[in-house]
Design a binder for this molecule. Structure first.
Ligand code: HEC
Length: 108
């Protein structure tokens, strides 16, 4: 009886973690949509700007990746990925900037 109960508790915990993870992923994507990032980017394919998965792959293992990517988003970027430049985004709060950069760098 106890084993069944433990199994149920365990399953409930796993589901709660998955749900929280899912909710965070959606919140980040909504933030990107709200700030018009998704007009030029998508997670998996190149549009005007690079696919976010390609950004994550390029910076994988670089210790200053979060700093670099946040600077690119805030100040704009040119010449790293191709001909098209990215305009600056001075309106982003520090917290939103960090959320977006961490979300992008964590994509696989
Ligand atoms: C007008 C189109 C446009 C918009 C809007 C835009 N981007 Fe970009 N983004 C680009 C382009 C083009 C590049 C490639 C720039 C380059 O080659 O250096 C880029 C590059 C990037 C990179 C890679 C930077 C690097 O240092 O390698 C990240 C991360 C990024 N964008 C995130 C965002 C986020 C987050 C937003 C919304 C706040 C956003 N972009 C909005 C066009 C855009």
């Amino acid at each position: 009886m106890n084993r069944v109960r433990n199994l149920c508790l365990y399953t409930a915990q796993v589901l709660a973690v998955l749900a929280a993870f899912h909710a965070t992923a959606h919140a980040n994507e909504a933030l990107a949509r709200k700030n018009a990032c998704l007009g030029c980017h998508s997670v998996a394919s190149k549009l005007v700007g690079p696919a976010y998965k390609d950004v994550a792959a390029k910076y994988a293992g670089q210790s200053d990746a979060l700093e670099q990517v946040q600077t690119s988003i805030r100040m704009g970027s040119a010449g790293k990925w191709g001909e098209a430049p990215m305009p600056p985004h001075p309106q982003l709060s520090a917290a939103d900037l960090k959320k977006l950069a961490s979300w992008i760098l964590g994509l696989k």
